[in-house]
Design a protein around this ligand. Structure first.
Ligand code: AMP
Ligand code: MG
Length: 444
């Protein structure tokens, strides 16, 4: 069976970065820049004061003391009108332009105001400013025409600020990957419903849609498909209009696990099915190339929307008509096992890296640290295991506590986890204090 590492390599082989497109700057948060950015201004645009104080001539304070006539008051947003000459100064506020003739600014805290005609006088004591003290020179931060950000940089809040400073309202960036999430199962009802005998609420759909959004994609929840070919075909066809389709359930060996065969009918090419992972062995992965969609079975949006209305899609979400989307050249399709912990682990190990790759993040790797086991742990599985755990930072480094989980259906215990402890395939008792790799779950 395929190892986790080989399976991930197969996924990433098929994950190509999306094409750059133009995007409003506030929406570029988290995206990768796809152009170099040059400044259209000098910053600061003038020599400016870094403090509230008095703009002075240094020679007036050669002995550290002076009483200077205040010629005017310059606040940020104003321009000075008077030249500073020996014996005079200007009261100046932080950010305001330095008047002609001034060589330094003395902080207001080092002064005393003396009333008199006009604006009065400033008495300065015990200060010997050097040329340029408390002044930020024009273009000290960046000069007009200078390249200030390179293509490939991640747009964080800092870059949003910098782009705004140089007057950009749009930038070219790698577009956010578009992800559709589809839950499958006859037993599933929506969160707003009360399950009757044999039913459970759909937790995977909302979980995966949220995880996909947190991973930097634009995700929609297509609701619930029933375990019948018509319903699956209908909703899977809709999901193929996205860069990534994440399906939960229906990929194991049960009589109603129809997802792989419906994907085959829809000409989605299987890359692998089943890997050496616990939880998550039934993972299915494939690729759908545009143009391969068979005519028969491709559902119309109206009909599908009615179907999802009966499913779990919340009323606040609207599925954009397929026609308004630039259809992808190909879609990656993940069939995740239905048990919530399996679904989540497979998302973190395979879907999240695929989203990162489509978003242009070539270097994305799950954050893995080495931690010491807090208690001994008996591991019994021939599969590589990702066990819900709590990772603690102590003075002696990382310590990991595997949680007492009831297995892959135990979403409640997963809520206590902030990490996944990784155990190698094979039966083995790990001693307390033994080191092992731990995957950190993404934090908000
Ligand atoms: P499956 O992979 O479809 O055989 O499902 C395996 C287990 O996961 C079953 O107990 C399902 O009821 C459960 N399950 C499947 N889909 C979901 C879902 N969307 N939300 C919560 N549990 C699910
Ligand atoms: Mg099922």
């Amino acid at each position: 069976m395929l190892s986790v590492q080989d399976a991930l390599a197969r996924v990433l082989e098929h994950a190509q970065p999306r094409a750059p497109s133009s995007c409003p700057v506030p929406e570029a948060l988290g995206l990768l820049l796809a152009e170099d950015i040059t400044s259209d201004i000098d910053s600061p645009p003038h020599d400016k004061s870094l403090v509230d104080g008095y703009a002075v001539i240094a020679a007036d304070l050669s002995d550290g003391t002076a009483e200077l006539e205040i010629l005017e008051e310059i606040t940020a947003g104003n321009v000075p009108t008077r030249e500073i000459r020996r014996g005079s100064c200007a009261r100046i506020m932080t950010g305001a332009p330095i008047p002609r003739g001034a060589e330094a600014v003395v902080m207001i805290e080092r002064s005393e105001h003396v009333s008199g005609p006009g604006l009065g006088r400033a008495r300065l004591n015990g200060v010997r400013p050097t040329l340029g003290s408390n002044i930020m020179r024009r273009a000290a931060s960046m000069a007009r025409g200078q390249t200030i950000l390179r293509s490939g940089a991640v747009v964080r809040s800092i870059e949003i600020g910098l782009l705004s400073e140089v007057g950009r309202v749009e930038v070219r960036a790698i577009a956010r990957p578009r992800v559709a999430v589809l839950a499958t199962g006859n037993e599933l009802v929506r969160a707003v419903e009360t399950p009757t005998a044999g039913q459970i609420r759909n937790s995977n759909g909302p979980l995966l849609a949220a995880a996909a959004r947190m991973a930097g994609s634009e995700s929609i929840d297509l609701g619930i498909a029933r375990d019948d070919r018509g319903s699956l075909r209908e909703l899977i066809s809709q999901g193929l209009a996205r860069d990534i389709l994440v399906i939960s359930g229906g990929v194991s060996a049960g009589v109603l696990d129809l997802v792989p065969s419906v994907l085959a009918e829809l000409a989605v090419e299987q890359i692998f099915h089943k890997i050496n992972l616990k939880p998550g062995k039934p993972l299915w992965f494939g690729v759908w190339e545009a143009g391969r969609r068979p005519e028969a079975g491709a559902g119309s949006l109206e009909r599908s929307a009615t179907l999802t209305g009966e499913g779990s899609r919340s009323t606040t979400q609207s599925i954009p008509p397929t026609s308004s989307l630039q259809p992808p050249a190909s879609s990656l399709v993940f069939g995740l096992p239905g048990n919530p912990v399996s679904s989540f682990v497979c998302f973190e190990l395979f879907v999240r890296p695929a989203i990162a790759r489509l978003a242009g993040r070539q270097d994305y790797r799950p954050e893995t640290v080495t931690a010491r086991l807090a208690t001994e742990f008996a591991h019994r599985s021939d599969r590589e295991t990702y066990h819900p755990a709590r990772l603690l930072t102590t003075d002696e480094g990382y310590v990991v506590e595997p949680l007492l989980s009831q297995g892959s259906g135990d979403l409640r215990t997963l809520a206590d986890a902030n990490a996944l402890a990784v155990f190698e395939p094979g039966q083995r008792r790990y001693a307390a204090g033994e080191s092992l790799p731990v995957v950190r779950l993404p934090r908000f």
